[in-house]
Write a protein that binds this ligand. Structure first.
Ligand code: ADP
Ligand code: ZN
Length: 735
């Protein structure tokens, strides 16, 4: 019998290598459990990992020793299962999922035990006053003393959170020997949590109904998925706030996933107003310190709401009681870099594993969710009307075929008139054009040469505000050349087509004195900037907004009564499976911005194709009709959600090797029933960031285990190190 145990350890690794689980040994004095965090030697360095399971003892092999065991935290069995599931489903290693869980923080490097506070003796205040005549028992000091006499010990941060006192006040009391600090194990219990719901909103009857139904589901203490379905402004957020309150009261954590991080600060403010506490916010721009502290509170089970974008899904919740996926239809939930996954789908899986309900909230359900309603897998709860008197906006379609626009102008006379009226009435106007920058293309007026990106197969977009040409695929920037490479003529480049900046120019031509703001990912690069913008809106400092799709997500603009959609057809021509669906969602959401807050709204849609199903459904405000038509269409050709899809993308700097490999891969492709393997085909973005790319598309019926098909095929072939192979399960991007 050897004196050591052998464990398989999932090592947190950067790359999505197929293998990330390795065996390590540890002396028998210390028996380790699954989920325990350990440091192990890896290559020439060391890495953090987590114990997966005890292995059979093997004497014969030389096994490396675990360097360090972290005895503070342990990942829950639920989380371990989730890691496994995500890795299997998305074709990545467990180590790269664990990396998401550890989220780039040195979990334990600084192994200082946290400092907790206790009260020295039960202080005799009159006596204290005698001893220290200058001592005043201020409100904050009193609060600290009261708090500490109830529960003890309490960590500094908790104490500050609970009393609102500063660090200085705490140390003053320490100097007076009224309170003392002590090292505590990180496992001390957190103070009891009180929900302060100070909302003055009285729910209407459909909201009350929804709350009741969801609470009933929640009380079953098991997994259930609920679609909270209602127009923008129908009060969905207020409904799920009630469910969150219920969750917090039960001493559990609630996770709210938003499609974009910049939405989180507005959300947090609203939550704070309604609950009196600040939620824990999670996203990639947090400082390392805040990240660590937040992670720490989450794994210790701090009762609160955690709000964040995709990555918040992987945090080590100790007592998760509810997941909310707001704007569930939003395509931003699909992570397209690094580990590819769909945060909405994985959120549902996490809820399933944790045995808790998940609420999907939206005005325009995804087809996947819609299908789950049809088959009764999800519970459908509707909020049929908008709050107060807010009515749906009127929709006016403009057939652009009959409009004679001046050269390089994009706003029809009808829309121009409406803008003018709206300005006179001092209401807010929003123009929607899903194109960043000034013009999507620059070409030489002498020879027709178009300026493209060196790294990608895409045109350079003109950005006039910072006087640059930018590739929207790889982000490379350059100045406008003076001379055309092709014909050597000087200063011949002209701008083609409109972007938001160009539209601003046109508007300023017509209405030179108004205040306009552009909203796109170029102008809104942080929550802070977004907040500034929202403040200007609230204070009535803006007359007209020009926005890309960034505008379609979750904001309440008082006073917004006119929305103009400049080019409704553009979104429809995306050419991929979800183009129509996405176009409908974005246009519907944008239209939903008009006429909240008791003012009737108008939506003007400019299109060259007014007979198009999406446009028609939109103009009639008939969402279900659209979902029905689109479902039928997908079903006929067996596409998701009726069949399965997966993509394999191979890329390399070496064109010839890539081609050879693609042929080899094709040759070895398996033959299964109900599985169709298409490709290899050069990707639409054949050349991207300096690499050539080929794609395979695997189509199967719903019952097929598509992951297994790919595994049996791809893992049996040796992939040359010059070639990168990525599997994208249920792809959203086909570029
Ligand atoms: P949604 O999430 O469906 O877009 P919200 O919950 O944001 O809708 O509600 C829209 C607006 O109406 C918000 O300003 C919200 O505070 C307000 N609101 C929601 N429910 C009520 C209610 N029952 N009474 C009054 N105002 C409400
Ligand atoms: Zn590029």
């Amino acid at each position: 019998m050897s004196n050591q145990f052998i464990y398989s350890v999932i090592v947190s690794l950067n790359k999505s290598v197929p293998q990330s689980t390795f065996d390590y040994a540890c002396h028998k004095i210390q028996k380790l459990e699954a989920g325990q965090i350990v440091k192990v030697p890896f290559g020439k360095k060391s890495a953090w990992g987590v114990i997966e399971k005890l292995q059979e003892d093997r004497k014969d092999i030389q096994i490396k020793q675990i360097i360090k065991v972290f005895d503070g935290y342990i990942l829950s069995g639920y989380l371990m299962r989730f890691i496994n599931w995500v890795a299997e489903w998305n074709f990545t290693s467990k180590g790269s999922v664990l990396k998401l869980v550890f989220s780039n923080i040195d979990i334990i490097e600084k192994e200082n035990k946290p400092i907790g506070w206790i009260i020295n003796t039960n202080p005799d205040i009159p006596k204290l006053k005698k001893l220290f005549p200058n001592f005043k028992l201020t409100k904050k000091r009193k609060q600290i003393i009261n708090t500490l006499s109830q529960t003890k010990p309490i960590l500094t941060k908790e104490l500050i959170d609970q009393t609102g006192a500063s660090k200085r006040t705490i140390s003053e009391l320490e100097k007076l020997n009224i309170i003392n600090s002590m090292e505590v194990s990180s496992d001390i219990s957190l103070p009891e949590f009180k929900v302060l719901r100070n909302s003055n909103i009285v729910l209407n009857s459909s909201q009350r109904n929804a709350v009741e139904k969801i609470n009933r589901i929640k009380n079953n203490n098991k997994f259930d998925a609920v679609l909270l379905d209602g127009l923008t402004g129908s009060g969905k957020t207020e409904v799920y706030f009630e469910i969150i309150a219920e969750t917090l009261k039960q001493g559990k954590q609630a996770l709210v996933l938003l499609p974009e991080i910049y939405l989180s600060s507005e959300w947090s403010m609203r939550f704070k107003n309604s609950f009196g506490i600040t939620p824990l916010v999670w996203h990639s721009n947090l400082s390392k310190k805040v990240r660590r502290e937040t992670w720490d509170q989450i794994i210790r089970g701090k009762v609160n709401v955690i709000v964040g974008a995709r990555s918040a899904l992987f945090l080590p919740y100790r007592t998760l009681g509810l997941i909310v996926i707001d704007e569930e239809h939003d395509h931003s939930f699909k992570q397209e870099e690094g580990v590819l996954y769909n945060a909405r789908d994985m959120g549902i899986i996490r809820a399933k594993i944790e045995n808790i309900p998940v609420i999907l909230s939206t005005a325009t359900p995804s087809l996947e969710t819609w299908q789950n309603i049809q088959t009764k897998k999800f519970t459908h709860i509707e909020l049929p009307e908008r709050i107060g008197d807010a009515e749906l906006p009127r929709v006016k379609l403009i057939d652009m075929k009959g409009v004679n626009l001046p050269y390089n102008k994009w706003i029809s006379p009808t829309l121009k008139d409406e803008i003018s009226k709206n300005l006179v009435n001092r209401n807010l106007t929003l123009l929607f054009l899903n194109r960043r920058g000034y013009a999507p293309l620059k070409l030489c007026s002498s020879c027709g040469y178009r300026l493209g990106c060196k790294n990608c197969q895409s045109w350079l977009v003109e950005h006039k505000k910072n006087n640059l040409l930018i590739c929207h695929q790889c982000g490379i920037q350059q100045k406008l050349p003076e001379i055309c490479d092709e014909c050597s003529e000087k200063e011949t480049f002209i701008s083609c087509g409109p972007g938001v900046e160009r539209l601003e120019e046109e508007i300023l031509d017509y209405f030179p004195d108004i205040s306009i703001e552009i909203l796109s990912s170029d102008t809104i690069q942080s929550s802070k900037i977004m907040n500034g913008f929202l403040k200007r809106i609230r204070n009535g400092k803006i007359d007209l907004i020009i926005g890309t799709q960034i505008i379609s997500k979750g904001h309440n603009f008082k006073n917004l009564t006119l929305v103009g959609v400049i080019d409704a057809d553009m979104s429809l021509s995306g050419g991929d499976l979800r183009a129509s669906e996405k176009a409908f969602q974005v246009l519907h959401q944008v239209s939903g911005r008009a006429g909240r807050e008791n003012k009737k709204g108008l939506v003007v849609i400019q299109t060259y194709d007014p007979k198009n199903q999406v446009i028609e459904a939109l103009s009639k405000n008939n969402r279900d009709e659209f979902l029905k038509i689109e479902s039928k269409h997908r079903k006929e050709i067996n596409l998701p959600p009726f069949g399965k899809l997966a993509a394999i993308i191979i890329s390399s700097k070496n064109q010839r090797e890539l081609e050879a490999f693609s042929i080899n891969l094709k040759k070895k492709s398996p033959n299964f029933q109900n599985v169709m393997i298409l490709g290899p085909a050069p990707a639409p973005m054949y050349y991207l960031r300096g690499k050539y790319r080929y794609r395979f598309l695997i189509k199967s019926s719903k019952e097929v285990n598509i992951q297994k098909v790919i595994k049996d095929w791809v893992y049996k072939i040796k992939i040359p190190y010059t070639i990168k192979l990525k599997v994208d399960i249920d792809p959203y991007s086909f570029l």
